[in-house]
Design a protein around this ligand. Structure first.
Ligand code: ADP
Ligand code: ZN
Ligand code: ZN
Length: 754
């Protein structure tokens, strides 16, 4: 029986960020466990403080007489889940953070929310009348009303919170319909049977939406279920092309695991948490399922987590933070689009949801299912090595839906042959044809704004942000190209008339952004109805949903956008996707740019021809022979993987090794230089002393890709090793050294893994 406990005191100060050892009084020895919240005497005055038990042992680490005794276990408080505390501890160790930061990440902040009855909105009219009302809303361009009414084609009752959070529909939209007796807002208790709320529609079966899984889907489901039934827990990778029916597979698996009395977490990228997705899961699982997204307040999140803890809901869907849902009996974690960058946290602890999911699953005896059309190199390699079980599906699920035809257009040739437009001749011809057939088109360009930058034809200078090492982007406001905006810090100035360097008036815009594409489309196709979706048009609340639903309702022929438009949306009438500048992300300065470009191109291409009509994709590029473009055009993941892995091997990049970065920043250039130089010297000195040569590669210090950001100068040191432990050691020691040198807080120090 354990006699000692490691206790973390719950105060945010770096110096107390370590466990203190306490003796466990005999009376508590049987009840105390990792994760318990306890009261302990602390510091000189032995004031009683609260803390968390993060470990137990039967060995004293100090002289026994110096070890204090735990005063008691806190009861009736919101006790932290022991598993989550273990997860926090693991995250702290792996990603480098204080235990407090890790705990704050995994434990929901307790927030008192007023106990209130959940309000629901019910539809009181039949489907025919509803259809007429939708038509009327369309005619009057009442977008929100239309969205609201359409939702009742699926169900006759929707929680008010769902309408507000996922669909951005306010009470003012509901009110007039309520007054006319079309809708009814009513409170009903939470624990009502979902079947009462979600009316059965004719074709829907109890278990699904009337779909019968196809053999490919069934094979995946059967094998995972079979192994699950045998008590086997492991990680699966489902590599299924876009539209291959992965979501249907997830739903079957969720149903199965739920029937085993266990709980499920499904992670999806925030951007895919649209109303369509939410409704799909609501239809299937009713009030068994809860959703979180980043727009929820801390209180609302806490409330959802509490419901999960009490066992009121067995299924949680959300972005990466849903991983910390305090389920007691977690049986399955699914990560959709597992390759997505959004699964990596950009705040300390800088964890990757996939890694944390695997750890949490190992603690609770859960299986993990990863799904993607373009798996990350890491996951695919693990699958090839048999560490994950691998399933490949390369057919679309819907009958008669086939993958699109893909054509690569060399834009250098276009220019040589006299076409200076941003549309190649084949793209322009195809757009024309689709408009004639009343089909929809998506145009993808991974850069927002009007033009890329403004540059002087006299002195050659481009106008830059005074706070960051990037050029300002030209934006168009009120029909005028009159704003220069920094995409990194938000700095903005009116467009200058004269060059700030040489006062010449010959300033000309270069490059193209989504705004300019919109202008060009309107010029070349004056009859087309056009929508644009990027950070600028979705900035206002609900902008995103509004554009999606308008395009989905065929209120526009062409949707122009940044990567926002390529992820996960299902628009059946889209039969042409144009990728305007495929190389745009290809020559970024990090080693993952090919992988990201390949993913983006594949996802974008996957938007075409989701229904029965044959889809076409045109990839416009200046580097048609690049392996990444070639592989994407051939829709050949394996070919891409082989080439990319060769390249990573050659240059020794992940997944061949682990790469850790140290970013040092300061407002004073001299401080950054000195600190980065010193860190480099220390690291290489340790390396020599520890004879880790060959096991550790140190590169740098080099300027960060954007050297000056928000007036902070930043330098990076890269450390690569196949031995994770070495990197952790280096991190701990370097951090200590730099912290000691950083007495006046002039430096920012940040470690990260990529
Ligand atoms: P993914 O998640 O792989 O992109 P989805 O699960 O969203 O694929 O399925 C794509 C489309 O195919 C959806 O409209 C879905 O309803 C449909 N679908 C999926 N499975 C089947 C099936 N077995 N039979 C018919 N249609 C299906
Ligand atoms: Zn000039
Ligand atoms: Zn800036």
């Amino acid at each position: 029986m354990a006699e000692f406990a490691d206790v973390i005191i719950d105060i945010s100060h770096e110096k107390v960020d370590r466990p203190f050892q306490y003796r466990i009084p005999r009376r508590l020895q049987e009840v105390l466990c990792v994760g318990c919240q306890v009261e302990v005497p602390f510091g000189m005055g032995n004031h009683i403080r609260r803390g968390f038990v993060v470990g137990v042992s039967d060995r004293a680490e100090y002289a026994i007489e110096k070890i204090k005794e735990i005063a008691g276990i806190l009861e009736g408080s919101v006790s932290a889940e022991s598993q989550l505390i273990q997860v926090a501890w693991w995250m702290k160790e792996r990603y480098g953070s204080t235990m407090n930061q890790a705990l704050k990440t995994v434990l929901p902040v307790k927030q008192q929310v007023k106990p209130q009855k959940k309000q629901w909105v019910f539809c009181l009219v039949g489907q025919d009348e509803l259809a007429a009302l939708v038509q009327e809303a369309v005619k009057k361009k009442y977008r929100a009303r239309e969205r609201l009414l359409r939702a009742f084609f699926e169900t006759n009752g929707i929680p008010l919170g769902l309408l507000a959070n996922q669909m951005n529909i306010s009470r003012s939209t509901i009110k007039p319909l309520e007054e006319k007796g079309i809708l009814l807002v009513d409170a009903r208790p939470l624990a009502r049977n979902p079947a009462e709320v979600y009316v059965e529609k004719g074709k829907r079966r109890q278990t699904g939406e009337g779909l019968v899984l196809n053999p490919q889907q069934q094979r995946v489901v059967s094998q995972i279920q079979k192994e699950y039934g045998e008590g086997i827990r492991k990680t699966y990778l489902i590599h299924g092309i876009t539209g291959s029916g992965k979501t249907e597979i997830y739903m079957e698996l969720i149903d199965y695991v739920r029937s085993q009395g266990k709980q499920i977490i499904l992670l999806i990228p925030e951007i895919a948490l649209t109303y369509q997705t939410v409704m799909r899961f609501c239809r299937r699982f009713g009030s068994q399922v809860s959703f979180i997204n980043s727009r929820l307040s801390a209180g609302e999140r806490y409330e959802q987590f509490e419901r999960a803890k009490k066992g009121e809901i067995p299924i949680m869907i959300g972005p990466r933070s849903a991983l910390f849902t305090p389920f007691r009996n977690l049986g399955l974690i699914i990560i959709d689009e597992e390759h997505e960058g959004a699964y990596k946290s950009e705040i300390t602890p800088r964890y990757h949801a996939r890694e944390v999911a695997l750890y949490r699953a190992s603690l609770s005896g859960a299986s993990v299912v990863l799904g993607s059309a373009t798996p990350s190199l890491e996951s695919y390699q693990k699958a090839m090595h048999g560490i994950y079980s691998y399933f490949k599906i390369n057919r679309r699920a819907k009958k008669n839906s086939v993958l699109p035809r893909i054509q690569v257009v060399d834009m250098r040739r276009e220019l040589q042959e006299g076409n200076r437009s941003i549309f190649s001749r084949s793209l322009a011809a195809m757009i024309d044809e689709r408009l004639g057939r009343k089909e929809q088109v998506m145009l993808f360009l991974n850069r927002r704004g009007y033009s890329r930058f403004l540059s002087c034809r006299n002195c050659g200078e481009a106008i830059k942000c005074p706070h960051c090492d990037v050029t300002l982007t030209l934006h168009r406001e009120m029909g005028q190209e009159n704003q220069l905006i920094c995409h990194y810090c938000g700095y903005r100035i009116p467009r200058p008339k004269l060059c700030p360097s040489c006062a010449s008036p010959y300033l000309a815009p270069f490059g193209t952004g989504t705004q300019k594409v919109e202008t060009m489309v309107r010029e070349v196709f004056p009859d087309a109805r056009v929508l644009r979706m990027d950070l600028d048009t979705t900035a206002k609340k609900g902008g995103h949903e509004e554009i999606i639903s308008a395009f989905g309702a065929h209120e526009a022929d062409i949707l122009i956008g940044t990567q926002m438009i390529v992820k996960g949306h299902d628009f059946p009438a889209v039969t042409l996707v144009g990728i305007l500048a495929a190389d745009l992300s290809l020559y970024a300065s990090d080693y993952q740019c090919s992988e990201r470009t390949f993913q983006l191109l594949t996802q974008a291409a996957g938007r075409a021809g989701r229904d029965e009509r044959q889809g076409d994709v045109i990839i416009q590029t200046y580097s048609p022979k690049h392996y990444c473009i070639e592989a994407a055009a051939a829709q050949d993941y394996e070919r891409f993987f082989k080439r990319e892995l060769e390249y990573r091997r050659l240059l020794h990049y992940p997944p061949v090794c682990t790469m850790m970065t140290l970013l040092v920043g300061s407002g004073e250039e001299a401080f950054v230089d000195a600190a980065a130089g010193k860190a480099y010297q220390q690291i290489t000195a340790w390396e020599r002393a520890a004879k880790t040569r060959g096991e550790l590669q140190v590169i740098g210090p080099v300027n960060a890709p954007v050297y000056k950001l928000n007036d902070i100068y930043r330098k990076i040191i890269y450390m690569k090793s196949e031995n994770y432990a070495i990197l952790i050691q280096i991190r701990t020691r370097t951090e200590e050294m730099l912290n000691a040198a950083n007495v006046d807080g002039q430096l920012t120090i940040q470690f990260d893994f990529c």
